[in-house]
Design a protein around this ligand. Structure first.
Ligand code: GLC
Ligand code: MG
Length: 586
């Protein structure tokens, strides 16, 4: 039979549609990401399998059953690639090789295969802004190898008022001091928005664009389910062609520390318009693989920026992009925020997000102080529940499910280059990300069950004897148990598809409701105060009258399984509680 082009296309479309329905039934192949629970692993600190004090791929593989059991749909691992580890893997020597301290490519493939087998997807960290200065590309670029000559952002020095040649502009690195470093080999300066060891790639060079697309394909061919894209909004700097061949100085912000990134505003090095099309191009590549591998390929981008700019990553109406990480919980919720303030923060994202797009909620990552340390341990259940019951994707950083706290790391033990660059043994901790990267607490044995080694790359936090997974699994009530119960609710139809209603009943009571027709509704109630309160939900007309407690936070007196009437629910001080209606909604 010979098909016309149009017929062929039709058949292909219906085949893909068929595939969509088939895989939807057999594990949501095309829709899995829309309500995914994504668990961030910081490989160095998750589980060490060989006793060298550094977490590794085999360690992660051994803990997949724990993650599956917790309700995790996908893991995102911070970079596992060959690197001198100045920025602990965010400085990549070769995007296609595994760092030996984390394992081998065979170990990665075994991890991926095992994850697939038990139904956990793997998302790779993708660091497009910069490589390591040990990358072959960079070494060749310093030598002006014609293929690599323009791979990085190179510029001549500029004569300053003092008559001496200095950096091309006043730009400051996010990690302190000049963003330019001189290369004696090349006789020019190169740009590094982060460390000296992290030279910025030049996205105005088409060869770089192609090279980095090939990296995306390499990992998709291996079978990963998507990417977390690092530091996307510093990918471009202005084109000197538009500034008389020079890089223009950035204006002062009014700050006081001339070596600090915040000393300047960043109109020429951040959030440039050119960025979005590159993201949309990557999306196109991912889309090719949806057909090839019968699975949606996920992309989430990291940009700390204004909400309106963030929304551009979603797409521009014509082209699709990524999900931009939603950092409103990190920046806008404080330990004193009341119910109304928290509701506004939730509403903010939902209001800005273009219609039809998928939301996401982030309570922590390897760059931020931990939830328990930032907001207080009594708010961990609350924030975890909100992130799990709100529509869309939940991103949980390792350890937040057990309410780990920031560990103490002395100046001597400090490893984070952002802290080391302060050169300040007193105030370094203000910049340090080490406390939120200390090893994971599995149990109360040596090194918290993280490693059998004599020492660990960062010290284990001293509260691990009581604060660990094993203890929380064995106790009747714990952050872990609560997290797991709420994660199970995330899989219900109401939370996957239901309408969202958020309401405050007082300064301290916030109620989140998810209702879909023909299925039990789900309600999350939060009490932010020090006093027990009685909550009357009868104003939620569509919510059926009888509710059963499905998840009860560590501070709640109402136990799981108890049935209550919606017009009078006892919510203890600091309690986060999730209920499911006994009858179907609406
Ligand atoms: C991102 C990473 C951070 C890293 C930086 C440079 O912000 O999350 O850990 O230091 O990019 O790659
Ligand atoms: Mg190891």
């Amino acid at each position: 039979m010979i098909f016309s082009k149009a017929q062929h296309k039709m058949r292909l479309v219906s085949f893909v549609a068929l595939l969509a329905t088939a895989t939807l039934v057999a594990g949501d192949g095309l829709d899995w990401w829309k309500t995914a629970l994504i668990y961030q692993i910081y490989p160095r600190s998750f589980k060490d399998s060989d006793g060298d004090g550094i977490g590794d791929l085999n360690g992660i593989k051994s803990k997949l059953p724990y993650l599956k059991d917790l309700g995790v749909d996908a893991i995102w691992m911070s970079p596992i690639f060959l690197s001198p580890m100045y920025d602990f893997g965010y400085d990549i020597t070769d995007y296609r090789q595994i760092a030996p301290e984390y394992g081998t490519m065979a170990d990665f493939e075994a991890l991926l295969a095992e994850a697939k087998k038990i139904g956990v997807r793997v998302i790779q960290d993708y660091v497009p802004n910069h490589t390591s200065n040990e990358s072959e590309w960079f070494v060749k670029s310093t030598k002006r190898d014609p293929q690599y000559e323009n791979y990085y952002v190179w510029a001549d020095g500029v004569r300053g008022a003092d008559g001496l040649i200095g950096p091309p502009s006043n730009w400051i690195s996010i990690f302190r001091n000049s963003a330019w470093e001189y290369s004696p080999t090349r006789g020019q300066y190169y740009l590094h928005q982060f460390l000296i060891g992290q030279p910025d790639l030049n996205y105005r060079e088409p060869k770089v664009q192609k090279e980095m697309k090939d990296v995306v394909r390499f990992w998709l061919d291996k079978g990963v389910s998507g990417f977390r894209v690092d530091a996307i909004n510093v990918m471009y700097e202005v084109d000197p062609k538009n500034f008389g061949g020079k890089y223009p100085d950035e204006p002062l912000s009014g700050g006081t520390d001339p070596q600090d990134y915040e000393y300047l505003k960043h109109p020429y090095t951040k959030d440039l318009d050119e960025t979005y099309n590159v993201v949309y191009d990557w999306r196109d590549i991912l889309d090719e693989y949806i057909e090839k591998q019968g699975e949606y390929k996920f992309m989430v981008t990291e940009a700390y920026t204004d909400l309106d700019l963030m929304m551009k990553y979603y797409g521009n109406g014509q082209r699709n992009g990524s999900i931009p990480f939603n950092f409103v919980f990190l920046g806008d919720i404080k330990n004193q925020s009341n119910a109304r303030e928290i509701k506004l923060v939730i509403d903010k994202w939902m209001t800005f997000m273009p219609s039809g797009k998928v939301a996401n909620w982030v309570n922590g990552n390897h760059d931020q102080s931990r939830l328990a340390s930032r907001l207080g341990t009594d708010r961990v259940d609350i924030m975890n529940m909100l992130a799990l019951l709100l529509p869309g994707v939940t991103c949980t950083y390792q350890g937040e499910e057990i309410a780990m706290t920031d560990g103490y790391v002395s100046w001597q033990d400090t490893k984070d280059p952002q802290a080391c660059n302060t050169n300040d043994p007193i105030n370094y901790w203000k910049k340090s990300r080490d406390p939120n990267r200390t090893p994971f607490h599995w149990d109360d044995s040596k090194n918290a069950g993280f490693s059998t080694g004599n020492s660990t790359w960062l010290p284990v936090a001293d509260n691990y004897k009581t604060l660990n997974v094993a203890a929380q699994m064995n106790s009747k009530k714990s952050h872990y148990q609560f997290y797991k119960d709420v994660a199970a609710l995330k899989k219900t139809k109401a939370v996957r598809e239901g309408d969202l209603d958020t309401r405050t009943f007082s300064q301290s009571i916030l109620v989140l409701t998810r209702l879909a027709p023909g299925t039990p509704g789900v309600v999350g109630i939060v009490n932010l105060s020090d006093k027990d309160e009685t909550v009357d939900l009868s104003s939620l007309k569509l919510l059926p009258p009888q509710l059963r407690v499905a998840a009860s936070g560590v501070d709640c007196k109402l136990e799981t399984g108890t049935t209550v009437n919606k017009n009078s629910i006892q919510v203890s001080a600091h309690c986060a509680i999730a209920l499911q209606s006994v009858s179907n909604c609406c």
